[in-house]
Design a protein around this ligand. Sequence first.
Ligand SMILES: NC(=O)c1ccc[n+]([C@@H]2O[C@H](COP(=O)([O-])OP(=O)(O)OC[C@H]3O[C@@H](n4cnc5c(N)ncnc54)[C@H](OP(=O)(O)O)[C@@H]3O)[C@@H](O)[C@H]2O)c1
Length: 321
Amino acid sequence: MKACLRRNYGPPETFQVIEIPKPKPKPNEVLVKVMASTINRTDNGVSTGKPYAIRAFSGLFSPKIQVTGTDFAGIVEEVGAEVRDFHVGDRVWGFEDNGAGTHAEYLAYPVSKAILKMPDEMDFATMVACAEGAHYAINFIKKVDLKPEMKVLVIGGTGAIGSAAIQILKAMEVRVTAVCFEEDVEKVNQLGPDRVIGLEKEDFTQDSAAYDFVFDSVGKSRFSICKPVLKENGVYISSELGPNWENLGLALKGMFSKGKRVIFPLPLDILDSLKTMQKLVEEGKFKPLIDDHRYTLDNVLEGFAYVASGKKKGNVILDLS
Ligand SMILES: NC(=O)c1ccc[n+]([C@@H]2O[C@H](COP(=O)([O-])OP(=O)(O)OC[C@H]3O[C@@H](n4cnc5c(N)ncnc54)[C@H](OP(=O)(O)O)[C@@H]3O)[C@@H](O)[C@H]2O)c1
């Protein structure tokens, strides 16, 4: 089978698309014919091994899983002897943030990890685009005690995380203001926020004491910049560590102080994220933002370069169908 492989940590230029043996499922695994995956920012981290902390999970000196890719949607083609809940022909999807080897025609995947049967009416590309960014969005949002009508500022409405966050927050009946570049205002408006701020035309830092929660989903701002727009006990969360990893230190300080504070959540329960997303999709409350650029295994390296540019809009599909 064809797969995108990297033997060492490094940039996409060092990856190769080659033929490797089709995997055989272990007793607790299913063999999935992968129909769609995404190329995402988690792939960038897992592939380059940066920040270095990620290597504690993905392999200290070289990647434990050599095939790239973290998420998948596809069809079960074989089941291991101990597998009871999945059957040949099931349409399934899943995500593993430390890398799962999904950029390949076939994948052997343990059923003890995050994997679900897909709703009948969903197509593979749409379903797989509900995994990575949405998982982080859910885990960051659930750290804040939000009630309907509270106000949230989402900085970066066009990222995989931000575009998911806007819709998840709206499903919670929270009032959402999203920030993006002027050219993307219409695209972000379609995700359903109450207000969209085009960066070049309006300065969101002038919205004094307006928000219960500021979520910098692209990690381009700082707590010090956003503090004036937070309400008295408002929370700031960023998807990035910030300059000199300041968000870690600030989060530690926030644990022992009152008032405006930083939280730096560790996104953990992936299966719960998939279940939450599947419910929102089935209720018609979530439609992932999908980038116009699509790739196949033949040009997957171009896809990695595009994602690393920080210019993608939502989720970039890798079509393996
Ligand atoms: N903490 C974690 O566990 C974790 C996990 C995964 C990812 N991340 C991080 O989360 C961040 C977001 O990843 P992502 O996949 O959602 O999106 P992304 O690939 O970083 O996409 C960024 C999008 O945001 C826009 N953007 C860039 N700068 C902006 C700004 N100052 N204000 C508003 N919008 C801006 C870009 O627009 P233009 O195209 O116009 O520039 C682009 O459409 C990345 O930095 C990633 O490394 C963190």
